[in-house]
Design a binder for this molecule. Structure first.
Ligand code: 0X9
Ligand code: ZN
Length: 320
């Protein structure tokens, strides 16, 4: 059922079409780019939203990157970034504050950072695929032990201490054969160097957390940590309602984490919002008789439009 309902929203390749249509509809405020190709040759598409987007040089204004679906199965995350994109463009027409925001800044939306993996989750039996589609055993097809975890493949602290990623190809957190070995990683690294983002949100699921700071170890306090803490709020007053703010490495160690590279190589203030599962999201749908169906797995996409919308609404104030 989840799959059929999902078709209504996007489905394989669907987000590319949405980005193209959006760029066409708002020529003055958008610019569509391909930041590179996936392993299987698909475009990794991003759209810039700023005033006179096609005239003003990329990175000229303070810039924010919203990106999602590095992990193929985390379907709710591109819903977040595409809805945010549409929200910004819609409000532009009536709200002076939004017009000012996009005149003074550039907002970049990159809904599917792992397009091969994402599409693969729509095929029979592959709903819970996480990694990209690297053919680790070279048998010419995608088999269970294949794939590299894009969120462990980034150059900063890649494989550090052998803790927080797997050296084993079949591992769910396989870091790849070398730093930035994957085209999906290279594309993002190059893109971040070019635009020099000030702020980035790397959407994942499924928990209700707002993660920040370095992933590879609990960092000694730095001025950045104070900024992170101020932005993320605290358990009593979280910046995203219901999302506990936490140091990434305190949750668990990662190495080759995207945000560590963004922070350490390009100075980006980067967060990982972990969006909710259908179970936790249901708490925020007020006063209805919605019944939980098809929520067997924590990775299952909430198949109710209202849940997706509720999760999205919770995240807007922090994202903007
Ligand atoms: O493990 C990940 O890549 C992210 N979680 S997920 O369940 N979506 O796979 C979180 C990465 C955040 N960094 C650290 N916790 N160090
Ligand atoms: Zn993830």
């Amino acid at each position: 059922a989840g799959y059929e309902v999902w078709q209504k929203y996007a489905g394989p390749g669907g987000l590319q079409a949405e980005l193209r249509a959006t760029a066409k509809k708002y020529p003055r405020y958008t610019k569509l780019v391909s930041i590179g190709k996936s392993l299987n040759g698909q475009d990794i598409s991003a759209i810039k939203v700023t005033k006179d987007a096609r005239k003003v040089r990329d990175g000229r204004r303070p810039s924010v990157l919203y990106f999602s679906a590095q992990h193929a199965r985390e379907w709710i995350t591109p819903e977040m970034t595409t809805r945010l994109l549409q929200h910004v463009l819609k409000e532009l027409r009536t709200k002076p504050a939004m017009r000012k925001l996009v005149s003074d800044n550039e907002l970049w939306f990159l809904p599917v950072a792992n397009p091969d993996g994402y599409d693969f989750t729509f095929t029979e039996g592959n709903r819970l695929w996480r990694k990209n589609l690297r053919d680790n055993n070279g048998d010419g097809q995608t088999t269970p032990g294949d794939g590299v975890d894009i969120n462990r493949n980034f150059p900063e602290k890649w494989g550090y201490d052998n803790e927080g990623s797997s050296p084993v190809p079949s591992g769910e957190t396989f870091r790849g054969r070398g730093p930035a070995s994957e085209p999906e990683t290279k594309a993002l690294v190059r893109f971040a160097k070019r635009v020099k983002f000030d702020f980035a949100l790397n959407y994942h699921s499924a928990a209700e957390l707002l993660l920040y700071g370095t992933g590879f170890q609990v960092a000694t306090p730095s001025p950045d940590d104070l900024i992170y803490e101020a932005l993320a709020g605290n358990d009593a007053k979280p910046a995203v309602p219901g999302y506990d703010p936490d140091l990434s490495a305190e949750l668990y160690t990662t190495n080759g984490d995207t945000n560590d590279t963004l922070a350490d190589q390009a100075g980006v203030l980067a967060f990982t919002p972990e969006m909710a599962t259908c179970e936790s999201a249901s708490d925020s749908v007020e006063g209805d008789e919605w019944e939980r169906t098809d929520c067997g797995s924590v990775f299952e996409f909430p198949d109710d439009e209202r849940l997706v919308e509720a999760e999205f609404r919770k995240n807007i104030p922090f994202a903007l």
